[in-house]
Design a protein around this ligand. Structure first.
Ligand SMILES: NC(=O)c1ccc[n+]([C@@H]2O[C@H](COP(=O)([O-])OP(=O)(O)OC[C@H]3O[C@@H](n4cnc5c(N)ncnc54)[C@H](OP(=O)(O)O)[C@@H]3O)[C@@H](O)[C@H]2O)c1
Length: 307
């Protein structure tokens, strides 16, 4: 099967090539997916799991990409809950070969059924942004209707989904970003937009929750805005400092079939949409990782012709 492989960490995406790999093995509780569309994280070639397996052994050549939408082609021994021919989407294991390939082995529990109304390209943009937003807002952030949440990078991959979910939950949303993001963020349901580079935002009031995707100086400037007993949830890096009377939480997104189903249901009902900025064929994945112009929204790799 065709796949994008990387073999040399120092070379990064420059060392990526289109390779012929063996069809993957379906371990117990796995499914093999015929990949239709895939998503990747630009920084994933710096993650240890891209290069080593869970025992610390070199696992190159390694296939990048951890978001997948496709059709179940085979079930491993003992796999239940999914059937051959079913349309599904989800998150592949960080330390196994990923989704920039014609086929990928994934634990069935990390996948959810994909409603017919949702095309594969849209579905491939959902797993990381959708799970991260849901877990950040509701699991770690404990956001409730009537509360106020500040979402940084609200026009980005994670922030755009988080803004829509927080708005739908009945929270008051303040979204941040660059000046050019204002209309996008307001159209996603934010009541107020803050241009981080030009607006004065140190006095926007006491917040129940800050959802931070940027870290660094933006994280530090957000700390005084957290109300006593409130939270700042960050996905950028472990918090260097806690808010004075609140709590800071860093987490890494986890697979979750139930949350994926909630996300898919909303996309099928047209109440949630990911922003897709570019679509490339598998052969051009190297250019997709290192675009020459800034892409606004997620970049998706089409592996098979579909829909
Ligand atoms: N811990 C986890 O589990 C987890 C999960 C998912 C993602 N992440 C990480 O979270 C980060 C965000 O991911 P993402 O997919 O949402 O990225 P993204 O699509 O690039 O979104 C970031 C948004 O913030 C904006 N932005 C960046 N710097 C800014 C600044 N100084 N002032 C104003 N706006 C600024 C960007 O605008 P421009 O596009 O104009 O730069 C973009 O709209 C990444 O570092 C990613 O690796 C972590």
């Amino acid at each position: 099967m065709r796949a994008i492989t990387v073999t040399d960490q120092a070379a990064g995406i420059g060392g990526a090539e289109v390779s012929e790999l063996q069809y993957p093995h379906a371990a117990e509780n796995d499914v093999i997916l015929a990949v239709h569309a895939a998503g990747f994280t630009p920084g994933e070639l710096t993650w240890p799991a891209t290069w080593k397996d869970r025992s610390g052994r070199d696992r190159t050549p390694s296939v990048p990409g951890h978001e997948v939408a496709g059709v179940v082609a085979e079930l491993g021994y003992g796999t239940t809950g999914l059937t051959v021919g079913q349309r599904v989407f989800g998150l592949t294991d960080w330390a196994r070969n990923g989704s920039l390939a014609e086929y990928v082995a994934v634990e069935a529990r990390n996948l959810a059924a994909l409603p017919v109304q949702v095309d594969f390209t849209t579905a491939a943009a959902l797993p990381i942004s959708g799970l991260t937003s849901w877990q950040g807002l509701f699991d770690h952030g404990q956001l409730r209707a009537g509360q106020t949440v500040l979402i940084h990078g609200a026009a980005g991959g994670v922030g755009s989904i988080a803004t829509q979910l927080a708005h739908e939950s009945g929270a008051r949303v303040i979204g941040t970003g660059r000046a050019a993001d204002r209309d996008t963020v307001l159209s996603l349901g934010a009541q107020l937009f803050v241009d981080l580079e030009n607006d004065h935002w140190d006095d926007i009031g006491q917040l129940d929750l800050v959802f931070d995707v940027l870290g660094g100086e933006v994280y530090m400037r957000s700390l005084p805005l957290v109300r006593p007993g409130g939270r700042i949830v960050t996905i950028a890096a472990p918090p260097p400092v806690q808010p004075e009377n609140g709590q800071a939480i860093f987490f890494v997104v986890e697979p979750d079939r139930t949350i994926l189903a909630h996300i898919a249901q909303r996309v099928a009902a047209n109440s949630l949409r990911p922003i897709i900025g570019a679509i490339y064929p598998l052969e051009e994945a190297r250019s997709a990782f290192a675009p020459t112009t800034r892409v606004h929204g997620r970049t998706i790799i089409t592996v098979r012709q579909h829909d």
